[in-house]
Ligand binder design. Structure first.
Ligand SMILES: Nc1ncnc2c1ncn2[C@@H]1O[C@H](COP(=O)(O)OP(=O)(O)OP(=O)(O)O)[C@@H](O)[C@H]1O
Ligand SMILES: [Mg+2]
Length: 578
């Protein structure tokens, strides 16, 4: 057979001929430097390839080799704490070998081939096993049990399985047909991993951001779009969630964003510890880095890579959160490739299949019962930032997301400009999970959680109406009751919804702290209303003391929270003149 050669190169796209009976999405090695690429179109003998690496210097007539497989990742112990590029190569490993960030054409196994893991089987010889069954356990990180699973679709009888220390590819045992069992398994990243049953969500994903937990909650297994124009705080939200939100495992995908931001992530995450376990947050984190200076085709892959890793841990019975920043850069990569292929463009130049691809991606989130025994339930929660050009939400990526997500956290540049962070526009944001999470918050937060939520939304709406009126007639012309509403809403914005991501005790709010702050808000409103009814003038209320008290609770360290709340309650009760 004649060897395939490059006949055309244009940006991230190369054409090769003849590539024989290649299949769509077959992985190929392109050129002398063996750049990784993927077949994305076949026309007769000519295959079009998207190349995941920098193509400059790639010449005509250089050879192209087929690999016989699609883009796979090897899943197994050692993923936690790793920093991967868009196609799953460990960046620290690459840097050690090349002295550079990433030299093209360098393949590196995702998992360290030399690392040895102590494995304890939970099945015995003679067991009939099939896809998803737990074969045994490895302690991947301190306190983090990695369940070793039968690969989906496989089945057989175990003839031997051993306790011991193994690398990810050594045999830990075998099946009666001779198949070796290992600690790891390959998976084609574009393919969704199977599960037994879809389950409804049963608890919220605690974000630690009061505006979300209280007003726009998300369910474990839910999906959220976070669109916002330039500088509205998308990255700060995604990073805050990755650092402080409650999930067993975090997959952070830095997709097409600035390199220096990812450098900050690496720096911050390395130093932070989880207050509950006292361990580094990297112990539960996987970072996928695909910055704007890296090749565009790898951006497409990076999102599927993150999703596959998340599904793998979900299958073990964990709750995984995926934080993607930003899905717009992924969509732009699709657009760029489609343009190179001279496909018929859809809306704003995006390929016509954009909405379809996006919904298939979002559908990989959810709460499920895993395949196999023992029974496990796991969930993937998907929170993706979107960067609409000019902040205009009418554009295709935002619109396609809105058709499938369960919650919208819309960011407003005016609020960001006023330094009201997180700059969530409470008028247009919504959550379809509020009803589903109500029972949990009533039990774990407080019995009147939902009531307080509804009242707070109403207060913010009333505030907007009053401010429009005040804009016409002046604040002084308003009734005292209305001025109290304006003051209550101001407290809500500043101390309840507002959170400073850079303050050590304000960056994360426990459910308890959120509940206490909203209770305080309504204690303030009630005391104020009573005072006004009894004839106290609005000006006479000691608002300055109240504001100081709210500020103290908002920024209280965990061990001072109780005391500050008691003090604040007294201040509120005493805000009327004697
Ligand atoms: N919760 C917060 N607390 C304090 N400051 C914040 C918060 N959120 C955002 N900011 C401020 O806003 C700036 C911009 O935020 P960020 O970089 O997250 O925006 P972005 O939407 O990701 O921007 P881009 O469109 O450039 O990606 C931050 O550098 C920070 O100064
Ligand atoms: Mg950003």
């Amino acid at each position: 057979m004649t060897e395939a050669r490059i006949i055309r190169v244009a940006g991230a796209i190369a054409e090769a001929e003849p590539l024989g009976d290649t299949a769509l999405y077959e992985l190929v090695e392109v050129g002398e430097r063996r750049l990784l690429g993927e077949v994305i179109r076949i026309q007769g003998d000519v295959a079009t390839i998207q190349v995941f690496e920098e193509t400059s210097g790639l010449g005509l007539h250089e050879p192209v080799r087929r690999t016989g497989s699609s883009l796979m990742i090897r899943l197994g112990p050692g993923l936690l704490g790793s920093i991967l590029d868009g196609v799953g190569r460990p960046l620290n490993g690459l840097a050690e070998r090349s002295g550079d960030f990433m030299a093209p054409g360098m393949t590196m196994p995702t998992l360290d081939p030399d690392a040895r893991w102590s494995f304890t089987p939970t099945v015995a010889a003679g067991a009939d096993v099939s896809g998803g069954d737990v074969l045994g356990e490895v302690e991947e990180r301190p306190g983090m049990v990695h369940r070793v699973l039968m690969p989906p679709g496989s089945t057989g009888r175990v003839v031997d399985i051993e306790q011991g220390t193994f690398t990810v590819t050594e045999a830990i045992g075998s099946l009666s047909d001779g198949t070796a069992l290992t600690l790891s398994q390959p998976w084609a990243i574009r393919q969704r991993r199977p599960f037994a049953n879809h389950l409804p969500g049963d608890r919220p994903f605690i974000t630690g951001q009061r505006v979300f937990d209280l007003l726009f909650p998300v369910m474990e297994g839910g999906s959220v779009a976070v669109p916002g124009g330039f500088g509205t705080g998308k990255t700060v939200i995604e990073q805050s969630l990755a650092k402080y939100a409650k999930a067993d495992i975090m997959v952070y995908i830095g997709c097409g964003e600035r390199g220096n931001e990812m450098a900050e992530v690496l720096h911050d995450f390395g130093r932070l510890t989880d207050p509950e376990t006292g361990r580094s947050i990297m112990d539960r984190t996987i970072l996928i880095v695909n910055t704007s200076n890296m090749p565009v085709a790898a951006r497409d892959a990076s999102v599927y890579l993150g999703m596959t890793i998340a599904e793998y841990y979900r299958d073990m019975g964990y709750h995984v959160a995926i934080l993607a920043d930003s899905l717009s850069r992924w969509a732009e990569a699709l657009r760029e490739i489609a343009a190179r292929l001279q496909e018929m463009p859809g809306e704003e130049g995006y390929p016509t299949y954009l909405a379809n691809r996006m919904s298939r991606l979002y559908e990989r989130a959810g709460r499920v019962e895993s395949q196999g025994t023992p029974t496990r339930t796991g969930a993937v929660t998907f929170i993706s930032a979107i960067s609409p050009p000019g902040g205009d939400f009418a554009e295709p990526v935002t619109q396609a997301s809105l058709r499938v997500v369960g919650a919208l956290w819309a960011l407003d540049p005016r609020l960001a400009h006023q330094r009201q962070f997180p700059a969530v526009d409470w008028d247009i944001s919504y959550s379809l999970y509020a009803d589903g999470t109500r029972a949990w918050f009533s039990k774990e937060g407080g019995a009147d959680w939902s009531e307080l939520r509804v009242e707070t939304v109403r207060l913010l709406q009333r505030d907007r109406e009053l401010r429009e009126i005040a804009g016409l007639v002046g604040v002084d012309a308003l009734e005292d009751e209305d001025r109290l509403v304006l003051e209550g809403a101001r407290i809500a914005r500043e101390f309840l919804i507002g959170q400073n991501a850079f303050h050590p005790h304000d960056a994360f709010s426990s459910v308890e702290k959120t509940y206490q702050l909203v209770k305080m808000l309504w204690a303030f409103m009630q005391t104020g209303e009573t005072a006004l009814k009894e004839g106290t003038a609005f000006e006479k209320l000691d608002l300055a003391a109240v504001r100081v008290a709210f500020g103290a609770v908002k920024t209280a360290a965990p061990d001072e929270l109780g005391e500050e709340i008691s003090k604040a309650k007294r201040t509120i009760a005493e805000m009327r003149p004697a």
